[in-house]
Design a protein around this ligand. Sequence first.
Ligand code: ADP
Ligand code: ZN
Length: 519
Amino acid sequence: MLAGARAALAEVFGFQDFRPGQEAVVASLLAGRDTLAVMPTGAGKSLCFQLPAVIDDGLTVVVSPLIALMDDQVRGLRLQGVAAGALHSGRSREDNAETWRDAMAGRLRLLYAAPERLMLDGVMDGLSRIRLSRIVVDEAHCISRWGHAFRPEYLALPKLRARFPGVPVAAFTATADAPTRRDIVEILCGGDAAEFVFGFDRPNLTIRIAEKRDPLRQVLAILDDHRGQSGIVYRLSRKSVEETAADLVRQGYTALPYHAGMPAEVRAENQDRFVSEDGIVMVATIAFGMGIDKPDVRFVVHVDLPSSVEAYYQEIGRAGRDGLPSTVTMLYGLADIRQRRRFIDESDAPEEQRRVEHQRLNALLGVCETTECRRRALLRTFGEELEKPCGNCDVCLEPPEVLDGTVPAQKVLSAILRTGSRFGSGHIIDVLTGHMNDAIEQYGHDSLPTFGVGSEFDKNGWRSVVRQLVATGVVDIDTTGYGALQLGPRGRAVLKGEETVGLRRPSAAKTRRRRGDGA
Ligand code: ADP
Ligand code: ZN
């Protein structure tokens, strides 16, 4: 069967070989299995269903939300001698009628259709009278209510399964996070499908995630390594974009701001300069980057925590498109986690969606606090397994020292409980390090048994510990008030000693030195 596929690959499509992963997806489709394939844009998704369509006898129906894309594919297929047609509102009534007649007469291998057209009674009736080899849903993430690409027309698609129960469904998308994958398999494939995820690795990117200590200085250190090169510095707010851009200009860099609050002409001008000139540092909110094709972006810095692994991955993906070595660095701290949580809690999305958004954030925090290869952890959140550590991330290059953090975690938890779960990290750390302040005096917290028990770390060390505990669900941060620490989902178990906690060792000496020369 796959020998036939290889022959068709060469004869029909003119390709020497499969790209990584394509063969496995093709085999799954040819075996008639419900399949979900997740591959980034440009990885070669369409071949994965076009090739089986050419080999199998019946008609392959391809649902797609994008008219231009359907037309492109149909044109390409016809040039290769494959009978294909499309039904959508962008074509004349006569053209659609002709395509439909061809499909009904068995003259087409592939029929592309916009979802609303496919679901018409007449179309469904017609399709039920001919032999279908499979139904392909392209851009399948449009079915997920969690995504930003949600399309109401896609909601009708599960009916296909009821209407054509024996016909396998193959879903394709470039969006890979776990909630979206679950949704797609649930809604389109009745809960069970062969899943393939590949092609997300970008080995030329050196991935670094670091504790945010003195962001401007940290950014300058990165820029210093990339003098004369182009890069993007992402910031969360418009105000911080303006401030950082001004700071960098003061330091002698050609830095331009970019955010949605700027006049359109200025934005366009800054973007043009970034694309056409060398050595420009674009300081931007996430409004920047979509559709920008600049192959030699050598660095991307996230000064603030992104919203999810997907957002992060998309943003770092703008570096090193030419395949040459590039660095991507994220800085983050406890305040970032708190802010992200608050954004989610304060949004007016339904509760279920907010829960998923918290899960998404947790997946990113897992990558931030991992003590294994970052690239591995990152790709795993997409469902892709990297066989061995990458050797090109901060964890691989400078492995962190991991210590048993169970006792420090218990100290933090007990300080939280004994102070009534009403105080923020600054206060809790003062209690642990035995540092007097007005509030401690006022509440008599200096007489607590936990007062001053935290001599193993200095304040910065404890900050790192608390951040790691929040990131891993041992401690929670209240987003409604001023950031009170509370027991997280894992808190009780850790306190009782039922669960252990691994921590990256906060380096006290380094912390002090950096703080000292930071001014
Ligand atoms: P996607 O839909 O995943 O964004 P496409 O299906 O448009 O990507 O494919 C991207 C490009 O890769 C196309 O130009 C396609 O012809 C090419 N391509 C796909 N498979 C192969 C292959 N096995 N060998 C060489 N080129 C391929
Ligand atoms: Zn690595």
